[in-house]
Design a protein around this ligand. Structure first.
Ligand SMILES: NC(=O)c1ccc[n+]([C@@H]2O[C@H](COP(=O)([O-])OP(=O)(O)OC[C@H]3O[C@@H](n4cnc5c(N)ncnc54)[C@H](OP(=O)(O)O)[C@@H]3O)[C@@H](O)[C@H]2O)c1
Length: 243
């Protein structure tokens, strides 16, 4: 059995990832603001936490206490919770949304990875961290300056942390992954944004109309196959569409 901690497990891609691995019989802890409500009835440990607040690292340490690690051969942290807000051109950002987005998309996954690596260092388990990033880390999308900056930072943190592990006796593998365009609430938010704030609006409306969005369950299955592959960790930043 494997153990997983998945942030943003209440909806969208995170929920699909949590349900996929729970369905395979693995032990899963899901963290989100609405985790217990969303995961009621699922065989998943639900931890309610605001990951844009000061308790993010604590929530991961708590999840590690609740998971049956003694019965597991590996433990994986999937930093998936994220926000695309604020969708706006520079010069029009609400100040508080910038700080909140960069906290959730960048500061929190650094803090949770830090807590995870420290708390699992002495365990005889294979350890993996998967940071859900975005193609917006690499390409410039007008209106997504804050989102892209946070994800680019997450990519670079993953490169450095993965490299740091290579000399260690029991290296953890750390990867940032672009999941493609997935049919979730986040895409709904993007399609409802004003055109003046997001010049690529029509393109994203067209992707949905043309059936180009990946179903969350399909993306989740592909991501977990990649996590379980022997090559996971060889490249620190990966686009699922290039696997
Ligand atoms: N969908 C796409 O096309 C796409 C493309 C590229 C990358 N991504 C990335 O994939 C990841 C998942 O995206 P998604 O599309 O599944 O998004 P989503 O449908 O909007 O779901 C976001 C998840 O994050 C959680 N979350 C948001 N704010 C939180 C907070 N302050 N504290 C704790 N949890 C919080 C939400 O749970 P609560 O509301 O219950 O807290 C929810 O479970 C994100 O990192 C996103 O950037 C998505």
């Amino acid at each position: 059995m494997h153990a997983y901690i998945i942030t943003g497990a209440s909806r969208g891609l995170g929920h699909a990832l949590a349900c996929h691995v729970a369905g395979l019989g693995h032990a899963v802890a899901g963290i989100a603001r609405q985790a217990s409500q969303a995961l009621e009835g699922d065989d998943i440990i639900a931890i309610d936490a605001d990951l844009a607040g000061p308790d993010a690292a604590h929530a991961v340490r708590y999840a590690l206490q609740l998971l049956p690690l003694a019965d597991c051969s590996s433990v994986t942290l999937i930093n998936n919770a994220g926000t695309v807000a604020p969708i706006a051109l520079a010069g029009h950002y609400p100040d508080e949304q910038v700080a909140q987005a960069l906290t959730l998309n960048l500061v929190t996954p650094i803090l949770t990875t830090n807590a995870f690596l420290a708390a699992t260092a002495g365990l005889a388990l294979s350890r993996r961290v998967l940071n859900i990033s975005s193609g917006a880390a690499r390409s410039a999308y007008p209106g997504w300056g804050v989102y892209g900056a946070g994800k680019a930072g997450l990519d670079h943190f993953s490169r450095v942390a993965n490299l740091e592990q290579t000399g260690s006796e029991t290296p953890a593998r750390i990867v940032a992954l672009y999941p493609g365009v997935v049919d979730t609430d986040m895409q709904d938010t993007i399609r409802r944004s004003p055109a003046e704030a997001f010049p690529l609006l029509e393109r994203f409306i067209g992707l949905k109309q043309d059936g180009q969005l990946t179903a969350p369950a399909v993306a989740a299955a592909k991501i977990i196959d990649f996590l379980d592959s022997a090559t996971f960790g060889d490249t620190p930043v990966v686009d699922i569409r290039e696997l």
